[in-house]
Design a protein around this ligand. Structure first.
Ligand SMILES: [Zn+2]
Length: 343
């Protein structure tokens, strides 16, 4: 790594990946980009970082300044450009540098940041290579597991790289420690599953979060992160607030030492009792939710003459429907426990 990432003072929520659209060795540097962008009448290079074929990362535009890289989508972003045009000509060193650097950024923002290709916000094919696979991105651009640190990949361009990436998945379980566990915890946290402290230690809370994730994604609920669970992370959407609240109740009970809740997390036969608790807590939240929802909508509706009766009735309908969904989900889980489906 030739550059240490330091968070800028401005707000950043997204990182965009670009390619330079050239394989010419003479263009393999930030200085050339700077010259090209000046020709366009800009103040200078539009990207913050430039990754050369040899894996060296060069600084471009001041990180504290908004980039000029994704027209209409520059604010609150960081722009990274890799030198290259043809998919087959990006080097492993370059991609390794990209992965490490993106993880550095992700860590600096405690995973509260997403990664995207320029093509997602423009008609261009930039950055040409399959950045989603290389970085192991979820559908919403969240960094997922990457085992590159543990692998010795032979030199051979993107295709070989991606192949190795896809087939390798390290099983993680209670008691494991390190880089991959930390990634797992960040991933779970980002999706709304509480793991407590992101410390790289696969403890009781991380296991509880994995169990909840597995249950929500129709996986075998064994608390062990194998290939199927790894894969599910790639497409998993953040969990619904209702589910989060329900399971948070169970997890916090387990933390408090409740044997019933603990047994439920381990897939025991007391799921019904715990699910009932969950439903009760959701029901108790109902009136509170409605009040806060109304509170949030009222200021927005103010310029239009405030909330009308019809709007209120509609709002009430939505809340009632959501509550019904929560209760149904709770019942379904209780049912699963009874039939042994999730044990
Ligand atoms: Zn681009």
């Amino acid at each position: 790594m030739s550059v240490k990432f330091i968070k800028p003072r401005r707000k950043v929520t997204r990182v965009f990946i670009h390619c330079s659209a050239s394989d010419n060795a003479k263009h393999d540097n930030a200085a050339t980009m700077d010259a090209w962008h000046k020709q366009r009448g800009w103040s200078g290079i539009g990207y913050h970082f430039f990754i050369r074929k040899n894996g060296q990362i060069e600084r471009g535009r001041d990180i504290n300044k908004t980039p000029a890289a994704q027209g209409g989508n520059n604010r609150a972003t960081i722009a990274i450009c890799l030198h290259g045009l043809l998919k087959s000509k990006f080097t492993k060193k370059q991609l390794d540098a990209l992965i490490s650097f993106c993880h550095q950024i992700n860590d600096a923002y405690a995973s509260q940041i997403s990664f995207h290709g320029h093509c997602e916000v423009s008609a261009k094919t930039c950055p040409v290579f399959d950045y989603k696979k290389v970085l192991g991105l979820s559908a919403s651009g969240i960094l997922t597991f990457t085992v590159h640190d543990l692998l010795t990949v032979q030199e051979g361009g993107v295709d070989t790289y991606v192949e190795v990436h896809e087939t390798a998945a390290t099983t993680l379980r209670h008691g494991d420690k390190g880089f991959l566990v930390k990634n797992l915890q960040q991933q779970l946290t980002r999706l709304g599953y509480h793991v407590g402290k992101v410390d790289g230690h696969f403890g009781k809370r991380t296991r509880a979060a994995v169990l909840a994730f597995q249950a929500d994604n129709h996986l075998i609920t064994d608390g062990v992160v194998g290939s199927a669970t790894h894969e599910a992370f790639t497409d998993a959407e953040p969990r619904h607030i209702g589910d989060e609240r329900k399971v948070a109740t169970v997890v916090s009970l387990a933390d408090g030492g409740s044997r019933i809740a603990d047994a439920s997390l381990k897939g025991g036969g007391t799921g019904l009792a715990v699910s009932s608790l969950g439903i009760m807590s959701v029901a108790g939240q109902f009136s509170k939710d409605f009040q806060s929802l109304k509170g949030q909508i009222e200021p927005i509706a103010e310029p239009f003459g405030g909330l009308t009766t019809i709007m209120l009735v509609g709002l009430l309908g939505i809340v009632a429907f959501m509550t019904w969904q929560f209760i149904r989900a709770g019942k379904a889980r209780a049912n699963d426990h009874n039939t042994g489906k999730t044990s």
